[in-house]
Every structure is written in structure tokens, then in C-alpha cells.
Design a protein around this ligand. Structure first.
Ligand code: ZN
Length: 309
């Protein structure tokens, strides 16, 4: 399975767990506005992700009372996970009218405007951008290189989206390729930020780890000295922790953590070169070395859900 497909499966299940209808609506809006066709007379989404097709059909029904048409085609060639394409259309004019009302459009507003007025909370924006990525985005496996892109149906939408993302600290470049209007980034840090923003924490970690591994390897090649190789191991462990904590910070998860975990996370960021014993002593009141180790493991494995009572 491709890295992008795997990332999208995780994002679909995150979207399915959304608690508020406002965020679900914003997610559906993101999916459809960046689909192949989104106008008042025609709406068409083609995707190779059956998970995304399932989610879109479900949300159309539960949020808008619309039964979309779903066709699944078998392709003969292509990557294994890209053989089956799902196509969703909304054939009825009255359903399209309803859809545009749900998304808060006034009758003569251009379809390429992004109606941020329908976002009710900060999570709505996140859900919207996640929807855009699910529908129009892809990300390259960091083993092969750093590349994330969104391919949009019109230049107007691409420009509006780039501006909205930029307001939220996500910088993408824009280009036109054949008939696609592409927003992209090729530097690992912007890719990590984008993925962390939409809650693709595992993918963001994978990219950070790959980068650290590359940096250490190129560093290690220059070092013949055994002592420095050992230092490399300590730095690698701290690097993983710091990468994880930075991603949690970027996605806002850090603020949702219990105080004691957050305190340890912030100390680690501040003292990136401290040993576990030194870190333990820096706590107020000090805790044990195994206590620090335990908390750091919890932080690295934090998956965004608060522990259930
Ligand atoms: Zn919301």
C-alpha cells in the first residue's frame, strides 16, 4: 500500500470519529469543493480510496439528506491499491441546491469562493483542510523524497485555498500542470506542518524520523570516532522525542495532554541534550529516571485521543 493511501486511511478514520456536525460538514465541504467538478449543476468526485468514497456517501446522507450515486470501476492497470476507482455524483438538481445551502452559499456566489463563514469552531477549519487533502492531495513516501501536493480543479480555487492555508501558517507554492492547478511543497518541514495540522501524526513522525536518520547518517559518515557514534545514539533518541513533541505542539495536542506529561514534554524541548537523569532532576518536584522514561514513552505514543475514563 502506498504511503499516501495509508495516510488517507488514517485520516478517514479520524474524520469518522469527529464528534460535532459542524466539523463533519466542514470536512464534507473540503472533500467536495476540491473534487473534480463542484458547480451548481454538477458535482463529481473520483477517488481511488474506497474509504473516502464510503465516508463521503455517509456524510452526504447524514448531514444533507442526499443520496449520491456511487459507481465503482475496475481498472486493469496501475498500482495495486489504485486499481479500483470510485465515482460519486449528485444527479438531482434539488440535491445540488440543498448542498450549496448547507455549505452556506448565497445564490450568485462563485463556487470557487471558500465560504469560511460556515466554520463554527477551530476544528472546522482543520476538518475542511483534511477533506481537501483526502480528495485532492497526495504525499510521497519520505524514503523516495519530500513532496506533498494538492491538485485542484480551478485556478481560482487554488488561489483562494493557498491564501487560506497561508493565513494559518501553511505555505504551499503553486503551479499549473496540464489542466491541473497544483499547490505543493517540497521541504520536509512544511510537509510535516501540513500533515500535523490535519492530524496525520503518524505520517508527520515518519517524515521527521527519516530526516533525522538522514542527517545522522550523513553526520556519522564524517565521524570515524566511536565516542561520537555513541553520542549519535543519544541524539537519535532525543531527536525522536523532540520530533514527536513538536508535532503534538503543531497539532494542538500538547495543550490537551495531562499537565504532568506536558511539563515533561516542555522540559525535553528546552533541554534537548540532557540525559534522562538530568531531565528527572529538572522536574519540580524532581521525579525518578524511570518516571521520565515512562512519561516520554507515553508522549511519543500519544495518539490524539485522551485516555478513556
Ligand atoms: Zn466544528
Amino acid at each position: 500500500m502506498s504511503f499516501a493511501h495509508e495516510t488517507k486511511i488514517g485520516l478517514v478514520s479520524l474524520a469518522e470519529g469527529l464528534k460535532h456536525d459542524c466539523c463533519r460538514r466542514a470536512g464534507l465541504y473540503g472533500i467536495l469543493i476540491s473534487a473534480g467538478v463542484f458547480t451548481r449543476t454538477k458535482c463529481k468526485l473520483v477517488t481511488t480510496s474506497q474509504e473516502l468514497a464510503g465516508l463521503t456517501m455517509k456524510w452526504l446522507r447524514s448531514l444533507c439528506g442526499i443520496d449520491g450515486n456511487l459507481y465503482i470501476t475496475d481498472r486493469k492497470s496501475g498500482e495495486e491499491d489504485e486499481r479500483r476507482a470510485s465515482k460519486i455524483t449528485i444527479p438531482q438538481k434539488k440535491d445540488l441546491d440543498r448542498l450549496f445551502r448547507v455549505f452556506g452559499y448565497s445564490p450568485d456566489e462563485p463556487e470557487t469562493d471558500i465560504n469560511t463563514g460556515m466554520f463554527r469552531c477551530q476544528s472546522c477549519l482543520v476538518s475542511f483542510v483534511r477533506g481537501v487533502f483526502l480528495s485532492a492531495g497526495t504525499v510521497t513516501n519520505p524514503e523516495k523524497g519530500y513532496h506533498l501536493e494538492l491538485s485542484l480543479p480551478t485556478p481560482e480555487l487554488a488561489a483562494n485555498l493557498a491564501a487560506l492555508l497561508s493565513e494559518n501558517g501553511l505555505e504551499l507554492k503553486s503551479t499549473v500542470r496540464k489542466n491541473e492547478n497544483v499547490l505543493y511543497c517540497k521541504d520536509s518541514e512544511n510537509i510535516e506542518n501540513f500533515l500535523a495540522f490535519i492530524g496525520a501524526n503518524t505520517a508527520a513522525f515518519t517524515i521527521m524520523n527519516k530526516k533525522i536518520e538522514r542527517e545522522l547518517r550523513s553526520g556519522a559518515n564524517r565521524l570515524a570516532n566511536g565516542e561520537l557514534a555513541n553520542l549519535g545514539k543519544t541524539v537519535a533518541a532525543a531527536g525522536d522525542q523532540i520530533a514527536a513533541i513538536n508535532a503534538l505542539k503543531a497539532s494542538g495536542e500538547l495543550d490537551r495532554m495531562p499537565d504532568e506529561l506536558r511539563a515533561t514534554a516542555l522540559l525535553r524541548l528546552e533541554h534537548f541534550d540532557a540525559t534522562l537523569s538530568e531531565l528527572a532532576a529538572l522536574h519540580d518536584p524532581p521525579i525518578t529516571k524511570s518516571g521520565v522514561n515512562h512519561r516520554l514513552k507515553k508522549i511519543i505514543n500519544w495518539c490524539g485521543e485522551p485516555p478513556r475514563a
